[in-house]
Design a binder for this molecule. Sequence first.
Ligand SMILES: Cc1ncc(COP(=O)(O)O)c(C=O)c1O
Length: 442
Amino acid sequence: MDEKRDFQSGTVAADLRHVWHPYTQAETAPVPVEIVSGKGARLYAADGREFLDLISSWWVNVHGHAHPLIAAAISEQAAKLEHVIFADFTHRPAAALAARLAALAPQGLTRVFYSDNGSTAVEAALKLAVQYWRNRGAPERNRFVAFEGGYHGDTVGAMSVGAGCGFFAPYADLMFETALVPFPETWDGDNAAEEKEKAALAAAEQYFDKEGARTAALVIEPLVQGAGGMRMCSPGYLRRLAELARAAGVLLISDEVMTGFGRTGEMFASQTAGIAPDMMCLSKGLTGGFLPLGATLCTEEIFDAFRGENFGRAFAHGHSYSANPLGCAAALASLDLFEAGVWRERSAAIHARHRDFLLSLAGHDKVCRTRLTGTIAAFDIAGEKGYGAAVGAALKSAFLDRGLLLRPLGNVVYVMPPYCIEDADLDRGYAGIRDALNGLKD
Ligand SMILES: Cc1ncc(COP(=O)(O)O)c(C=O)c1O
């Protein structure tokens, strides 16, 4: 570590001396790359290197880096009102954004509770679910059921319902118990898909029969589990699971922090899958990837359960920066760009190109389980599995050497670009991936 520091100056030296990076083992991590600007799908480093952002910078960017319309909207808003307490006060960006999200969301999600990021959007949904039942005179409905392999963020509630992703062993004592049901992950040419879905539905049915009356909500990442390894399931399975939850009177929380804003083809994965959640969690792409903002959407029925004469029924939850006007202004500008509609064409083109790329990998001896949903393409590297698989670190570095920002999740390689990416850049990305794969030792 000290050696690393000795050879650096300026930003990187200060970083190595004082910064603690997320999800990073400082002892073994490479020196961080200093990025000074971005445009479209490209990022530019201080040392002159250029990187193609094929993972939308941790899945947040949708229209491209430093998009001038979003940058201008933030700047204009900052010159008028940077922030105001959101209890007892409101402002145009927050109200307008809530109305637009309600119009775009799956039917019935008409109320928006703002927070700061994806984890807090999930945390708010969990607390809302528990208090909803308490306020309705059913305090025994205080447990959650979630998917094996699911990830919902790093705060304690979000970790608890994401216990199945395997990242949280050191914090087990802090987490509340959550029941996990199987996630029937599937891939191209998977002959056992139907069988796995049947078994998963049977396990869910058994859970609801036994514990349904004590369960507040089922929490899911719809269609694609992100951090758990870009695992994908079929829309038909989700619809049947949602019916089981509904029949058991259990709320459905759709965590669309990753899948929201077009990643699966429709604006929200719940729409792609044809399910009607009672709550939906949003963040990441909400502001086009410019500013942290979270939103938990819920039905009027849930909102109404919190009305009453005393504060005891109210939702005692909020953040200093709830509904920050700059974040809301960025989100409105991002929605303007979505409404212009170009993303749909680009999304379809990216999907088709991803398909061809995955087909071209079909016979590769290192590649298995190719899969595709919307603009998210993924495959596994055969051999060691899991987030800790050494091949992930080796490939990440090989990709960077080729000017590609790609961060395999262990042995899972995935591509999730911003919609603005050009065909030629996508092809360059695919060629770089193929080249890096060919360079892997047996
Ligand atoms: C599905 C899902 N939920 C929640 C989160 C947490 O979001 P944040 O990192 O903004 O707290 C993530 C982050 O990757 C996510 O993928």
